[in-house]
Design a protein around this ligand. Structure first.
Ligand SMILES: [Mg+2]
Length: 451
């Protein structure tokens, strides 16, 4: 495996031109599965739920040639690619690879920030004194990841997180008319290219703009970044709340003040409980999820932190567990916000057996800063300087931003059809038990066989 290391630009930027690097592993879960089972190489492979309500979480490029992509319902994926191999997720294994990936990035700079398991932002500013050239460093990083992990990746270099992430996306292979076209591997976005992208990109390309937020922007006649840039922040505030409005406005100008926050320990705050009597059905499970969300919210506020990622874990009587996460573009420390996201995650998990354990955790933690734009989800946490009326408006707008995030989440996973335990056939439960951990919806017999 020999990654190519061309770039979008003939210039050789300095660290000051390209202080932020974003690296994203290609088809991560699927790539790990292929590494562990070389007989899968060259075949269309996906990780996800193979059952009727399953969703694709990761697809190999071979599968993408057939139009299979993540977040696609598995039934659609199988229709487009009947020979698709769908495997259940093995998070322990992915975490192992992720740790090795982080260790390689750490050799470049300790100032890096993981985003999920397969993406990292790194701040190269401190390397200026060493006369590190960003393009060379990025190519070398990509080479090492390829050599040591056996996984290809794409690297973006830019002035901030926004452009670095957009650039890494451009560095990836693409599929055109069913043919896989290799990407450049490393992309540096120079100032002229930045202008061009801002003129060309749809709003949904922006950070934190999921399908629901994009739809709301489009209803306001704002489907491109260029159009978004013509609207002042005050107008956006009345529709999206102060935090989202500030972020949208800045991004439309190509600005992004978010710093790369170095990863120290794998920090998370979580709360879970194993029940004396297993729970059946969503009603009881959601009560527990809300309770755990409250505990997590209090722990966050006590430690003056906000969380950008909320996860739920549900473990069934047969000991298989489902874990789902959602990363938000804004930090939350409020019980209502955390419960809202956690409940939507829990509702997306098919309850095909009695539930033995439920838990909620918060990760991607950041210190709550005074200058940080805080989302106020209830009046008590609104800044004191606001009038009651303004605070009420702000809280309402922020709830709208949260609702959009939850809508995006539901679109991503597909909403689980609520099935009571009593509706299940013993065959379905049996299949679940055989297959072990399913993070992306239940499998049905035969559809994910790889033997
Ligand atoms: Mg990736």
């Amino acid at each position: 495996m020999k990654p190519s290391d061309t770039s979008s630009s003939v210039t050789d930027p300095s660290v000051l031109d390209a202080p932020v690097l974003h690296v994203d592993l290609d088809a991560f879960f699927a790539s790990v599965e292929i590494l562990d089972d070389p007989s899968l190489r060259g075949r269309p492979v996906a990780v996800g739920g193979a059952g009727e309500r399953g969703v694709i979480a990761s697809a190999s490029y071979e599968a993408r040639r057939f139009g299979v992509r993540s977040a696609m319902p598995s039934v659609v994926a199988l229709r487009q690619c009947p020979q698709l191999v769908i495997l259940p997720g093995r998070f322990d294994r992915y975490e192992e690879y992720s740790r090795r990936f982080h260790a390689i990035v750490n050799d470049l700079t300790p100032i890096y920030e993981p985003l999920g398991l397969d993406e990292v932002f790194a701040d190269l500013t401190s390397l200026a004194r060493l006369d590190v050239r960003p393009l060379a460093a990025a190519a070398e990083l990509r080479q090492r990841i390829g050599d040591e992990l056996g996984i290809l990746s794409g690297v973006g270099l830019g002035p901030n997180k926004l452009f670095a992430k957009l650039a890494s996306k451009r560095s990836k292979p693409t599929v055109r008319d069913g043919v896989l076209v290799p990407g450049p591997g490393v992309v540096y976005v120079d100032p002229a290219t930045r202008e061009r992208w801002l003129n060309e990109l749809p709003v949904r390309a922006l950070w934190g703009v999921g399908p629901a937020t994009a739809e709301r922007l489009e209803r306001l006649g704002l489907s491109s970044v260029r159009e978004l840039a013509t609207v002042d922040e005050a107008t956006l505030r009345s529709h999206f709340g102060p935090a989202m409005a500030a972020s949208l406005s800045a991004m439309a100008r190509g600005e992004d003040a978010r710093a790369v926050s170095p990863h120290r320990v794998n920090k998370s705050i979580g709360h879970e409980e194993t029940f004396a009597t297993s729970l059946v059905g969503y009603d009881d499970v959601l009560v527990q999820i809300r309770r755990h969300a409250g505990v997590v919210a209090r722990a966050l506020r006590d430690s003056s932190q906000v969380a950008h990622t909320i996860s739920v874990v549900i473990r069934f009587d047969d000991l298989h567990a489902v874990r789902r996460s959602q990363t938000l573009s804004f930090g939350v420390d409020d019980e209502g916000a955390i419960a809202g996201v956690a409940e939507a995650l829990a509702e997306s998990v098919p309850l095909n057996a009695a539930v033995r354990l439920a838990g909620v955790s918060a990760s991607s933690l950041r210190a709550r800063e005074g200058s940080q734009v805080q989302l106020a989800f209830d009046l008590s946490s609104a800044p004191e300087t606001l009038s009651v009326e303004a605070a009420s408006r702000a809280a309402q707008a922020n709830r709208a931003a949260l609702r959009d995030a939850i809508d995006d989440l539901r679109q991503r996973f597909g909403r689980s059809v609520i099935a009571q335990g009593s509706d299940l056939t013993s065959a379905e439960v049996h299949v679940e038990r055989q297959r072990g951990s399913h993070a992306f919806g239940p499998s049905t017999e035969g559809s994910s066989d790889t033997q």
